[in-house]
Design a protein. Structure first.
Ligand SMILES: NC(=O)c1ccc[n+]([C@@H]2O[C@H](COP(=O)([O-])OP(=O)(O)OC[C@H]3O[C@@H](n4cnc5c(N)ncnc54)[C@H](OP(=O)(O)O)[C@@H]3O)[C@@H](O)[C@H]2O)c1
Length: 264
């Protein structure tokens, strides 16, 4: 199915591995040109090179920390140099936390606020004018099921992802008049290399059954009884970026194997 995305330009934060990389590959398969961003320069440049070689699209890897205003500025600058703006923005960079509210210091709250929320605010502010010039665009924010259904060990993650979900709604109302569609994705369990690494570490001293450890997490949480693959989630995200999803505006979509315990 041709999704009508050929020739568009997408900026994907956290595009060097995991969900961001899968989305970048899914977009490239539709003929989308890419700016991938992550902090580790070697990894993001290699990801862009490999995608360009495999799919025959222009892809640029940019080393930048989107949790810092200066990092966002650098990413915007490189995007302007390479493509003179973008049609699609995927705010995906993010990571889990582990703390209690009683013990976590202010600077930890600030870091996750900057990474999960301000990066999306700053990048949207920077790219929306170009999207308007291009006649429209798509912004997709990758939050988490935890934005709605908190996990006990990571209150800072839960709170800052909930803020990203609300930001999506507010921005959507502001820019739909310019033909820019903003939506939010709340994934459940997605089996990235980082999940496997953590599982290997946690089971190393007890026999190393990391697959069993992950299966157990999936069975306990998601009614579907397994993790999603990054590609499974990416297919839905690529669809949302496309004109095939032209009436999807200001929504949050759960891709969670049934984990959300109630109605969205
Ligand atoms: N995997 C899941 O089960 C799951 C579930 C729900 C939601 N999510 C959300 O989905 C998003 C992607 O998750 P993932 O599991 O694919 O993560 P991942 O495999 O750990 O990849 C994270 C990506 O973000 C980049 N990144 C991290 N901090 C950054 C920063 N400050 N500036 C720029 N890039 C940064 C990383 O590269 P560098 O380290 O080189 O910067 C990497 O490319 C996250 O927002 C996460 O919260 C994931």
């Amino acid at each position: 199915m041709d999704l009508g995305l050929k020739g568009k330009v997408a900026v994907v934060t956290g595009g060097s591995v995991g969900i961001g990389l899968a989305v970048a590959e899914g977009l490239a398969a539709e003929g989308v040109q890419l700016v991938l961003c992550a902090r580790n320069e070697a990894r993001v440049v290699e990801a862009a090179r490999a995608i360009a070689a495999q799919y025959g699209v222009k892809a640029v890897g940019v080393a930048a920390d989107v949790a810092q205003a200066g990092g966002v500025d650098a990413l915007l600058e490189r995007t302007a140099e390479a493509f003179d703006g973008a049609d699609i923005l995927i705010n995906n960079a993010g990571t889990g936390s582990n703390e209690t509210i009683q013990d976590a210091p202010d600077d930890k709250w600030q870091y996750y606020w900057d990474l999960h929320t301000m990066a999306a605010v700053r990048l949207s502010r920077g790219l929306v004018p170009g999207m308007k010039r291009r006649g429209g665009g798509v912004i997709l924010n990758n939050a988490s099921i935890c934005a709605k259904q908190p996990l006990g060990y990571e209150p800072i993650y839960n709170v800052t992802k909930a803020a990203l979900m609300m930001f999506s709604k507010c921005l959507s109302n502001e820019v739909i008049k310019d033909n820019i569609r903003v939506n939010c994705i709340n994934p459940g369990l997605v089996l990235t290399p980082d999940w496997k690494k953590t599982a290997r570490e946690l089971t190393a001293s007890t026999g190393g059954d990391w697959q069993g450890y992950l299966d157990d997490i999936a069975r306990k949480n998601a009614p579907i009884g397994r993790f999603a693959s990054p590609e499974e989630l990416a297919k839905f995200m690529v669809f949302l970026c496309s004109p095939c999803a032209s009436y999807c505006v200001g929504s949050t979509f759960y891709v969670d194997g049934g984990w959300l315990n109630g109605l969205a």
